[in-house]
Design a protein around this ligand. Structure first.
Ligand code: ADP
Ligand code: MG
Length: 342
């Protein structure tokens, strides 16, 4: 045993990275969420070797002023909250001020940005936690973040990365879930120089449903019901699949709370109950649902990766979801006898 001492900052960041940066897709999630928070209308994600060699996210958002660049990669530094009260009402995807500090401590990292209203862009680089001074660079308004050689200095993590194809599949799934979260934003995804996805910004409901079809299958729109219902400060919208759209796997279930994809026990239970008497045993519903509520009514500071939320009024949310979906699906229940079994 040695004496108690404070850990060096680079090591603190590497430990923090362990919490949120599980694999390349976790990095993509953090970067794209930053782009969304910056108000980007267009986000481009370029991947090489499943993200092990390169992850690059480019956006046309508000950018970062040159004097704030070092802070962007400092830990516990954020422009999104400034007080406990802000934390209770947080509407942005990020607020922990940890992602860039974490990622840059376990990769070769570069960030180039031109802030809105500025006519020059600047680039900073961080190599294994060591920050280089900002240099002038070429960039339109917005930000590009480049992560090379993820986990190059964390052999244990590097070893856990799966085949290129598997890691890319995780990134592709993640992009789908983000594309469904923000249909007004254009997303592009490429792998090893080849374009894989292009989702153009959807300007109306028909275009939004087209994006849903690209993710859930071309047959989904014809096999789903539109949901749009508000009560008691809660608003639920989206599409629920009819029994004919059900799947053998629960892999087509997208539930967003204030634009954030969540896995929540209360939500899952309400949805399952609503479907209980229209789905055959062993089948899983397909749906894309958006719940909007006052940010003060939901705590997003539950898990570092923010997959989980906690509703202040769990009962109210549960009953609202159950009733809304149950009523919508009632039409199906009435006609269930006419649907082919299996
Ligand atoms: P958080 O998102 O929790 O604030 P991050 O470490 O992800 O923490 O980012 C730190 C800060 O860097 C953000 O608060 C934001 O001000 C800035 N930033 C990061 N990415 C971008 C981006 N793509 N565009 C504009 N600003 C960004
Ligand atoms: Mg962030």
């Amino acid at each position: 045993m040695t004496a108690i001492r404070l850990l060096p900052p680079a090591l603190i960041n590497q430990i923090a990275a362990g919490e949120v940066i599980e694999r390349p897709s976790s990095v993509v999630k953090e970067l794209v969420e930053n782009s969304l928070d910056a108000g980007a209308r267009r986000i481009e994600v370029d991947i090489e070797a499943g993200g092990a060699r390169l992850i690059r996210v480019r956006d046309d958002g508000g950018g970062i002023p040159v004097d704030e660049l070092p802070l962007a990669v400092a830990s516990h530094a954020t422009s999104k909250i400034g007080s406990f009260d802000d934390l209770e009402h947080v509407a942005s995807m990020g607020f922990r001020g940890e992602a860039l500090a974490s990622v840059s401590s376990v990769s070769r990292f570069a960030l180039t940005s031109r802030a809105s209203g500025e006519d020059a862009a600047f680039r900073i680089e961080v190599d294994g936690g060591k920050l280089q001074a900002a240099r002038p660079a070429q960039h339109p308004q917005g930000t590009s973040v480049e992560i090379r050689d993820l986990f190059y200095n964390v052999p244990a993590r590097r070893k856990f990365m799966r085949a290129e194809r598997t890691e890319f599949a995780h990134i592709d799934d993640l992009l789908k879930s983000l594309a469904l979260a923000r249909d007004g934003v254009e997303f592009r995804l490429s792998h090893n120089g080849k374009p894989v996805r292009i989702w153009k910004a959807a300007s109306d409901e028909r275009a939004a449903l087209q994006r849903v079809a690209e993710v859930l299958g071309e047959e989904f729109p014809a096999q789903s019901l539109r949901i749009d219902h508000a009560a008691a400060g809660l608003h639920l919208s989206g599409w629920v699949g009819l029994p004919t759209a059900s799947r053998a796997q629960a892999d087509s279930q997208y539930f967003y709370v204030n634009g954030r994809l969540v896995r929540d026990r209360i939500v899952a239970h309400a949805v399952r109950q609503a479907y209980a008497d229209v789905l055959f045993h062993g089948r899983h519903a397909a749906f894309v649902l958006y719940l909007q509520l006052d940010p003060a009514g939901v705590d997003v500071n539950v898990h570092p990766a923010k997959h989980e939320v906690r509703f202040r009024e769990q009962r109210l949310v549960h009953d609202f979801l159950f009733r809304t979906l149950h009523e919508a699906l009632a039409q199906t229940r009435a006609g269930l006898g006419t649907l082919p079994a299996a």
